[in-house]
Design a protein around this ligand. Sequence first.
Ligand code: TPP
Ligand code: MG
Length: 391
Amino acid sequence: MSESVPGIAPEVFAPVKAPVSPTQASEEVEFVQLLTPEGERVEHPDYSFDLDDEAVKGFYRDMTLVRRIDTEATALQRQGELGIWASLLGQEAAQIGSGRALNKKDMVFPTYREHGVAWCQGVDPLNLLGLFRGVDQGAWDPRDNNFHLYTIVIGAQTLHATGYAMGQQRDGAVGGDPDNDTDGEATIAYFGDGASSQGDVNEAFIYASVFNAPVVFFCQNNQWAISEPIDRQTRIPLYQRAAGFGFPGVRVDGNDVLATYAVTQQALKRAREGSGPTLVEAYTYRMGAHTTSDDPTKYRLSEDLEYWKLKDPIERVKAYLTRSAGVDSDFFDAIEAEADGIAARLREGCLSMPDPTLTDFFDHAYVEQTPQLAEQKAQYAAYAASFEGEN
Ligand SMILES: Cc1ncc(C[n+]2csc(CCOP(=O)(O)OP(=O)(O)O)c2C)c(N)n1
Ligand SMILES: [Mg+2]
């Protein structure tokens, strides 16, 4: 292989050296932060958090409840009641901050890990469990809560979101009074650091840019795509990629719910006003396994997790509420009790879900049954019946 190519620096050909741990890389990171890991409020020149402490208490409640939902779902999987579960542990602030910045008419396109955003949109967590239990293929109607079905095909939803946003634009739902951010609609697409390498995501960026679509690309950079570290996805900070596509990018402390709220709110406002897309990179960490089928101890250091535990998104809000907002233990105890109640309801609801029959799957392939599918369903039913009476 040639040592040098005119106009290309030799280091481009050097093997990419993954850092020993993402922890080291994170020391260099600059991002928008409004609440430190110690729970101290800080100011930023471009972003401010303008809600009161009641709202912060609400964020604390949301994050605590979704963490509990997540813990219960993980336990249910371990007990054989769910086929698989994708935990959001560590990403509560990124999801609640962005989810609470949404307006009623905004539309959400999630991946498979956005349980916190689903919560903000009012999707019953039992519906999420049905999907992971395998008794349905997503039992919620996206129109009920402006929250689309989970997408497992990495990055595909960014194209769906861009198409939807272009529809909002063509329906005249964008623009209007720029001082009234309830006037106008936007779309938000969630995806991961690994997804940023997909062709679909890059195509979505181009379409959104040239058509000025009202879409916010919300990337949760949790440092890992299963066992692949962020260094295998990019050599520049992900948010900087937006510049090459012609729209703004911003990196936010994804473990800071106040900053995530403020940054997403501004990006959504831009979109609703007709100023086009924004890429938000929420810098965070996947504290659990990729899914319950994964064992992260095989590929990452436990010291990383210890490092990120100090940046826990919930603990910093608790520290702020206790020290700076005068909130006492009654408040926290009440939320724990509420979490217990939700967990019990979920467990009971999960265990009592009716099993599907295999023929159900033929009914849900298309909105309307086709003659071919009807025939296949009948053939399958006859085949299954031929085993009746056998052990
Ligand atoms: C198109 C496609 N390729 C591969 C996979 C297998 N896969 C499932 S999750 C995943 C990693 C995704 O990582 P990231 O985008 O960072 O999201 P995270 O799981 O960290 O939230 C991969 C490669 C898939 N589901 N779809
Ligand atoms: Mg990831």
